[in-house]
Design a binder for this molecule. Sequence first.
Ligand SMILES: [Zn+2]
Length: 101
Amino acid sequence: MAEAKTGRHVLKPEQSKKYIEHLGKTAKDAKCQWCGENQWKPSDHYVVPLILTPAGEATLNNVPLIPLMLNTCLKCGNTMFFNAVVAQVFEEGDADANPKT
Ligand SMILES: [Zn+2]
């Protein structure tokens, strides 16, 4: 299974459902702002932005992590990020939203 090889955290089915519902409820205009198409692929996992120290080194220690969901246009590749807590994929303080390093 690809997920096991990469170590990627795949959402539970109920989390994916919440994310897709969030996209459906909040989209004012679902057309891609780059190419104008309406063919999106919501991610089945989240990413976190790297936080840089004052020295410019990436760290995940002692900083709040911001889980982000992706939504990618299948025509042009334009990718949007959605805060996973706002999208209710995770609850504030949820252990899954703050993976240990
Ligand atoms: Zn596009």
